[in-house]
Design a protein around this ligand. Structure first.
Ligand SMILES: [Zn+2]
Ligand SMILES: [Zn+2]
Length: 450
């Protein structure tokens, strides 16, 4: 046991390059090693267990299994407190100044930030709940791992997560920030560019990120040179967003964005010290644009709106869909016809029409999904009264009706790798068909040919 403790202490307290590389190889794509190294060096030292803490935590067995918890004292505890304070868990004048209506997630302060008391335990618990971790109130290995990851600079818990119910597979409510744009047509401008990649690459990456949000919602974006809602720019260090929002060089905080509003509202700032590539920028931009549209941090680790970066991923997941729909409504085809594409869905009373206008596939508020020709129902999912909440043409190829509690009440049973990115067509012949992206029919309503 003594050997195990020694190893653990060494790993926590003295981050050798070997440890850093192990961490990056295990958890992140290789390019992240570049950003992780300085971060890991800083934060491992911050939350590492010094020899003093082992004494205060009791016997070695407790230390090994418990991590940093109630009763611990020292600089490591203070570092945990400062980390949580930076991201919105304790009193922070700058967050209060820059985020209207912001209040700390924890309503009390520790008597001494260097002593792990109930106030710090509460902060750790809330941090774990926000970030999809087991809620133990102890800074255990899993919690520490997350704290070492690069993340977004936004505070967590800006708005109580219970404000708006989340349309999602998870029963936790989706977290929102304060604002929503009153118009669904928004403007943006490029304030400047980074020297890491060409201006055209920056523009393409950001266009792609914008398109990911507009393809599932009723939002539209137009580029302007002034009077914009959303400004994209690259900055280093203290750049006018307040001391606690000062960019910290490579790793750590990658970017931040302001929720809808005037002035800085809606603006997206990237830390220009990150060494941006096209996919890296698009991944981070996708998250920050979510903030600029009024979303907060998600508790779902696979969601774009999760606070921590764990590798490039330029697609939104269902949790993100649920968030944006609850703000701006689900996607309806601009032409009002033809397709429900992979990743798109319908809320109550929304429809997809065939392009000749003869057939209406409607998701009714009674939970039934019905194909109409005029007033005549040609097909239905027979789910009226089941409490349906929305229907989603999922990217796994399955068309699913969900209840508001996240349970599926009906599906086409077409999920599978061969159906990945399937699209649903409401055809002019009256048939409703799910087509696989690679071609071929996965499912049909059998209502051809009217
Ligand atoms: Zn964020
Ligand atoms: Zn900024």
């Amino acid at each position: 046991m003594a050997v195990a403790i020694g190893e653990r202490r060494r790993k926590l307290a003295s981050p050798s390059m070997e440890n850093v590389q192990m961490a990056s190889t295990n958890r992140f794509d290789s390019r992240l090693a570049l950003f992780l190294a300085p971060l890991a060096a800083a934060s491992l030292a911050l939350v590492g267990c010094a020899a003093d803490d082992i004494t205060t935590l009791g016997d070695e067995t407790t230390m090994e299994s418990a991590g940093l918890g109630l009763g611990a004292q020292g600089q490591d505890v203070k570092a945990v407190y400062e980390y949580l304070r930076r991201y919105g868990y304790y009193q922070n004048e700058e967050l209060a100044e820059h985020f209207p209506g912001w209040t700390p997630a924890v309503s009390r302060e520790p008597a001494d930030p260097a002593r792990f008391d109930e106030a710090i335990e509460e902060g750790v618990r809330l941090f774990q709940a926000q970030n999809g971790l087991a809620v133990t109130g102890v800074v255990d290995a899993e919690t520490q791992k997350v704290m070492e990851m690069p993340r977004c600079g936004h505070p967590d818990y800006y708005d109580p997560p219970s404000v708006v119910p989340r349309w999602d597979l998870d029963i936790d409510p989706y977290s929102h920030l304060g604002g929503t744009w009153s118009s669904t047509t928004l403007t943006y401008k490029f304030a400047n560019y980074t020297s890491d990649i060409s201006a055209s690459t920056v523009r393409t990456a950001l266009w792609n990120a914008i398109r990911s949000w507009t393809s599932i919602s009723n939002l539209n974006f137009n580029e302007v040179t002034s009077g914009e809602n959303i400004s994209f720019g690259f900055y280093t260090g203290d750049h006018g967003c307040g001391t606690s929002n000062t960019f910290d060089g490579s790793g750590g905080v990658l970017a931040h964005a302001w929720s809808p509003g005037g002035g800085l509202g809606g603006d997206v700032h990237f830390d220009d010290a990150e060494g941006w590539s096209s996919a890296y920028l698009e991944t981070v931009a996708l998250h920050e644009i979510g903030h600029a549209l009024g979303l907060g941090h998600s508790t779902v680790s696979s969601a774009t709106m999760y606070a921590y970066y764990s590798g490039n991923d330029t697609s939104l997941n269902y949790d993100d869909h649920a968030g944006i729909w609850s703000r701006y409504g689900a996607y309806t085809s601009p032409s009002g016809c033809g397709w429900l594409n992979a990743g798109q869905g319908l809320g109550a009373e929304q429809s997809v029409w065939s392009c000749d206008g003869r057939f209406q596939l409607k998701f009714q508020s009674d939970g039934n999904f019905v194909l109409y020709k005029g007033s005549q129902a040609l097909w239905d999912s027979n789910t009226n009264g089941d409490g349906g909440d929305r229907v989603i043409m999922q990217e796994d190829g399955n068309l699913v009706i969900y209840k508001s509690n996240g349970n599926a009440v009906w599906d086409t049973n077409t999920n599978g790798s061969s159906n990945y990115f399937a699209n649903l067509a409401v055809q002019n012949d009256g048939n409703v068909v799910i087509y696989r992206s690679g071609g071929g029919v996965a499912w049909a309503s059998g209502t051809c040919c009217h």
